[in-house]
Design a protein around this ligand. Sequence first.
Ligand code: UGA
Length: 430
Amino acid sequence: MNILIVGTGYVGTTTGLIFCEMGHQVTGLDLDNRKIQALQAGSLHFYEPGLEELLTKHVQSSQITFTKNTESAVKENDVIFICVGTPMGEDGSADLTYVKNVAEAIGRYMNQYKVIVTKSTVPVGTAELVAEWIEANQTNPIPFDVVSNPEFLREGSAVRDALHPDRIIIGTTSAKAGTIMKELYQNFSCPIIETHPKASEMIKYAANSFLAMKISFINEIARLCDVLGINVMDISKGIGLDHRIGTQFLHAGLGYGGSCFPKDVNALLKTALDNHRPLSVLEKVVEVNNEQPLYFIEKMKQTMGEPLVNKTIAVLGLAFKANTDDTRESPSLVLIEHLASEQVEVKAHDPVVHFKSGGTMKFQQCETVEETVKGADAVVIATNWPEYLRLDWAVLKSFMKRPIIFDGRNMLDKAELESLGFQCFGVASF
Ligand code: UGA
């Protein structure tokens, strides 16, 4: 099948390449010329393990091509996936400007029946809006169907997640479009759920919100465990092994970040308010998440027994989680912002994120971990990069002013660090 993917971010690029793996012919469309040129040359414009290999393979075999010519891309493809961004608007709702632009262009250039698929996370009712935007821009009434087919892949494990999804959701009221979609996904072995587009859109928001809720739940339990002297990781394991709860997304830390959970939880809250059905549990989820970096800083102050002003703190990790160069809503940056506002001198490191120095940057970015910890009063582990598990702490200790580690990801071996003479504090990890 000939598939057009509109938007070459991590969702669009991964989706397109996974369809190549499934034997389909794919065109990637983006208005950003630099992205198109890089992708056509086999080079990814973001960091995602394993994706560049797939890109090189399918560019070389011409199974995927990239273009910025919207008219020919729309005319030559019969299934069009909308994978553009839906950033958070000022009132918390999802901004559909890019989706609308794409829908209008599809309407303008449509030459025969097409299935238009919303892959981006879009509010309930967007499939209907997309249909209206397309129709309003058609010069001749050409039939089409709009399908909601949300994506559940995670940054950092996008290829694996997209190749082995737990489920595929197809939201459509059209039998014809449903058949085409099932044909597209015929090589996947997971369950396929066919439902109404509105239900499909809601499934995506409810899934992300539920996972965010698990994280805020365990972070709040961790705060209580801190007082009671209980290791929260034992709690996560003890409750997670109950299959009704599940072990994933119960890792206590600095709170959730990234381009999805904060944005999607807020968008669902906005939908709930607009419909006069506030989601009080979810409101609390956001509140707990916003408090978590502050809670951690409070803990740092208490354990150091003094204010942090004029201290030097080394922050390891800037990305919102491991295996990505994405820093959107990163708990690490939130933490740095708070530390800097308390006149703390922050030095930071990340294996893949490299900010340009100067401007309003609130910290000094160092190239190596050694340089980062040099002269530090304490080290904070802010991102769960596997690299940080392999550090030689005996050597690093000799660079530090004081041997104190605050493990915001509960990932280091505390006993081992203590045997090296460190004081090590996690999030309710004893
Ligand atoms: C999330 C969802 O997991 C995907 O299913 C979804 O497709 C995606 O959003 C999206 O809507 O596009 P992602 O934001 O890439 O994926 O990252 P996650 O792995 O879910 O992590 C989100 C945040 O939660 C990170 O800051 C992570 O460190 C944090 N987290 C995760 C925890 O603090 N504890 C955990 O136990 C798990």
